[in-house]
Write a protein that binds this ligand. Structure first.
Ligand SMILES: Nc1ncnc2c1ncn2[C@@H]1O[C@H](COP(=O)(O)OP(=O)(O)OP(=O)(O)O)[C@@H](O)[C@H]1O
Length: 254
């Protein structure tokens, strides 16, 4: 569903350049949740943003839903982006539009008719459990409710892929668990392929089928979560992400 082949990205800065992503290759299978975990500045968000061409790589090939993003003309890229939803840590809702208005935005951009939009907005708000908030403005909602609205907006155009950039980092543990439930429901009932960038181990443990670890712009490890065994009795400071998540060190999955 998503394939990256030898992808690199360098940012040009006033005083030099910064290699944010270095020669990354990765395959995410259809209908799975793939986690990208790693320290701050490792390049996780940059990698995610390249999966819908919000950032373009300097080198390498990115294929999403069978289309090579790196060679698509802008008009086709815009169309393909309708099949790739995205949610963010800070929700990015429009404060001057109601909940319904926010969910309606991608449908308006896609040229959907008013009646079809209204029906789809209702469906999406029901899906995320907020049918009664349609007429509220974002300022009247809790963080968890705002993220549900952002998820409803991301689902409006029936995407095949959902990209999540630290979706629970601004939320408390209980609300985090609720949002992760919604994401699992999306994978299980809609078959959407989900990529989730996080620095929270618990998020990966709860919902990821496969995981990549990013360090200094490179993928240092990729593995499946069902290889999980007993928790190792080691300090989190000396254990690799793989050991902390799986309690073992074998079984590389590329
Ligand atoms: N638009 C940009 N211009 C210049 N440098 C950037 C830009 N975006 C990111 N960077 C730099 O690239 C590196 C990787 O950043 P990125 O946000 O991808 O990492 P991250 O792992 O997602 O970090 P965090 O968890 O803190 O969000 C960092 O050093 C960052 O400062």
């Amino acid at each position: 569903m998503i394939t990256l082949e030898h992808v690199s990205k360098t940012y040009r800065l006033p005083d030099g350049q910064l290699e944010a992503v270095k020669d990354v290759s990765l395959h995410v299978e259809k209908g799975t949740v793939h986690g990208i975990i790693g320290a701050s500045g490792a390049g996780k968000s940059t990698l995610l943003r390249m999966m819908n061409a919000l950032e373009l790589p300097d080198h390498g090939k990115i294929t999403v839903i069978g289309r090579e993003l790196t060679t698509l003309p802008e008009a086709e890229l815009r169309k393909l982006r309708q099949s790739i939803g995205m949610i963010f840590q800070q929700f990015h809702l429009l404060n001057n539009r109601t909940v319904s208005g926010n969910v309606s935005v991608p449908l308006e951009l896609a040229g959907a008719a008013r009646r079809e939009r209204a029906e789809r907005v209702r469906e999406c708000l029901r899906f995320v459990g907020l049918p009664d908030k349609a007429k509220q403005y974002p300022s009247a909602l809790s963080g968890g409710q705002k993220q549900r609205v952002a998820i409803a907006r991301a689902l409006a155009n029936r995407p095949d892929v959902l990209l999540c950039d630290e979706p629970t980092s601004a939320l408390d543990p209980r609300t985090t668990a609720e949002i992760l439930e919604v994401l699992m429901h999306i994978r299980d009932t809609l078959g959407v392929t989900i990529v989730i960038v996080t620095h929270e181990m618990e998020v990966v443990k709860s919902i990821c089928d496969t995981v990549s670890v990013m360090e200094n712009g490179k993928l240092s490890d990729t593995f499946r979560m069902q290889q999980r065994r007993g928790a190792a009795d080691m300090s989190a400071f000396t254990m690799s992400y793989r050991e902390q998540l799986l309690g073992e060190t074998e079984g590389r999955h590329d």
